[in-house]
Write a protein that binds this ligand. Structure first.
Ligand code: KIV
Ligand code: ZN
Length: 511
């Protein structure tokens, strides 16, 4: 019987620490629901002490997710732990993850604490976290550069104090697989009470070794892996969830454990995270890249046609690449629409929401005759995004673009229930559109990223646009989708603006 490998996803915490990947509470809830649907065991939802926004996001995820454990991060400080305990109150199953650095350089230069003080603070933190939950995780930060004897001492003490998961982070991505696996094995063998805890691994990708190091740790006894969707995370990122899960699943001949994830949710989840953060997935990325299952050379194509196992070690459908069947068209009725969405796991909170989405489906079906599953997913996301747009809504857009002429855009926006118009010229139709929006809003935001990708193939495909705006140090991403990429761009820009305005409203509420 193979052991269970626990998957601890930290997309919403370490992943969000990627510059430019910050997410709103609503976006975090959407991702948390997708992770829950994928049957991720533990969702690290944030760092509650970091800000009021982080606290509220962890609280909202804790109150929404029912089947996965929800975790909050806390330094080994009373105030952090109390804040995490408070944020997690509503969770069905809560975990507090507390950490303190144990490497000589971190203890001396960052904490300015002696090793004895670090052990004492680690033990106190675990004891305090146990007031809130039995499910306490401890991480010796920068374990990958810590001394083995000291690590053994700290870990034995925190297990004694009640930590039930011991996570070994390679915080700076410095380790290499054989050595890191050896570290895991040594810890488990040498610590007398190691059998009272699950050992976990958390690797960063600075040398491109995060997945290899994590798998080496698993081979040497780790039974939890901390990872993120698309490998998002600080600097070069964390170990990617999809690569870990599929490596273990595909090589059951050598791994003594397996996850209980629904791997068919991997691609939808990857797309969701990529759309929300604006971090495009490279085409040759393992598992979730657009080319991951594409065969270009004639020899490979011929082999796959004769027997797919000649060149394929996994099945595309097992990780959620849909065969992209045409599911609906313009003659499809409301019931067929609702049923297909139900099959895709999308439910509506009210009849009104179903009706709005169905009306948008009919508009899309008029422009695009073949509606695929991916189109339906994008449509639902788009309707959700529009519902989130509290301040500015797109009413109408007219853009003139002609060879030899400067493009011109005229836009009508609804701002607090009042229609306002703007006009501008620009170097291209998208530039003119963004300037026309700014002619009305004058937000003072800087455009940091503009990216377009196609949802399905063909020239009638919907374009999915991400816009990243920055104002006063706050960075937000907006999304929009449409068969007309200028309209998709306007929607994405307006979605980002709404987030900036909502943040400003939270900071200075109108009395
Ligand atoms: O990389 C790291 O060390 C961390 C810890 C908080 C686990 O993210
Ligand atoms: Zn980390």
């Amino acid at each position: 019987m193979s052991d269970k490998l626990i998957i601890f996803d930290t997309t919403l915490r370490d992943g969000e620490q990627s510059p430019g990947a910050s997410m709103t509470k609503e976006e975090k809830i959407r991702i948390a629901k997708a992770l829950e649907k994928m049957r991720v065991d533990v969702i690290e939802a944030g760092f509650p002490i970091a800000s009021q926004g982080d606290f509220e996001s962890v609280q909202a995820v804790a109150n929404t997710v029912k089947d996965s454990t929800v975790c909050g991060l806390a330094r080994a400080l009373d105030k952090d732990i109390d804040r995490a305990g408070e944020a997690l109150k509503g969770a069905n199953s809560a975990r507090i993850h507390t950490f303190i650095a144990t490497s000589p350089i971190h203890m001396e230069m960052k904490l300015r604490m002696s090793p004895d003080q670090v052990v004492e603070q680690a033990v106190k933190a675990v004891q305090r976290a146990r007031r809130y939950t039995d499910n306490v995780e401890f991480s010796p930060e920068d374990a990958g550069r810590s001394e083995l004897d000291f690590l053994c001492r700290v870990i034995e003490a925190v297990i004694e104090a009640g930590a039930r998961t011991i996570n070994i982070p390679d915080t700076v991505g410095y380790n290499v697989p054989e050595q890191f696996g050896g570290l895991m094995r040594n810890l488990i063998e040498r610590i007398p009470n190691a059998d009272k805890a699950v050992f976990s691994v958390h690797c960063h990708n600075d040398l491109g070794l995060a997945v290899a190091n994590s798998l080496s740790a698993v081979m040497n006894g780790a039974r939890q892996v901390e990872c993120t969707i698309n490998g998002l995370g600080e600097r070069a990122g964390n170990a990617s969830l999809e690569e870990i899960v599929m490596a273990v699943r595909t090589r059951q001949d050598i791994f003594p454990c397996d996850t209980t994830l629904d791997t068919a949710q991997i691609v939808p989840c990857s797309r969701l995270v990529s759309g929300i953060t604006g971090f495009v997935v490279q085409p040759n990325k393992a598992i979730v890249g657009a080319n991951a299952f594409a065969h270009e050379s004639g020899i490979h194509q011929d082999g796959v046609l004769k027997n797919r196992e000649t060149y394929e070690i996994m099945r595309a459908e097992d990780v959620g690449w849909s065969t992209n069947r045409m599911v609906l068209g313009k003659h499809s009725g409301r019931n067929a629409f609702r049923t297909r969405l139900q099959e895709l796991g999308i439910a509506f909170d009210s009849e009104e929401e179903l009706n709005d989405t169905f009306a948008r489906f009919k508009e899309l079906a008029d422009k695009k005759h073949e509606i695929y599953d991916d189109d339906l997913q994008a449509l639902v996301t788009e309707v959700n995004l529009e519902a989130e747009n509290e301040y500015v809504k797109l009413v109408a857009l007219k853009v003139c673009s002609e060879t030899g002429e400067t493009p011109d855009a005229r836009i009508t926006l609804r701002i607090n229930n009042e229609e306002q118009q703007g006009q501008s010229r620009g170097s291209g139709p998208v530039d003119a559109t963004f300037k026309a929006i700014e002619a009305v809003i004058d937000s003072g935001a800087d455009l940091q990223l503009y990216s377009v990708s196609n949802i399905t193939s063909g020239t009638d495909a919907q374009g999915e646009v991400t816009v990243r705006l920055e104002r006063g140090g706050r960075i937000v991403n907006g999304q929009g989708a449409d068969t007309d990429i200028v309209i998709a761009s306007a929607r994405a820009y307006i979605n980002a603006l709404n987030k900036i305005l909502a943040a400003a409203e939270r900071a200075h509420p109108q009395l």
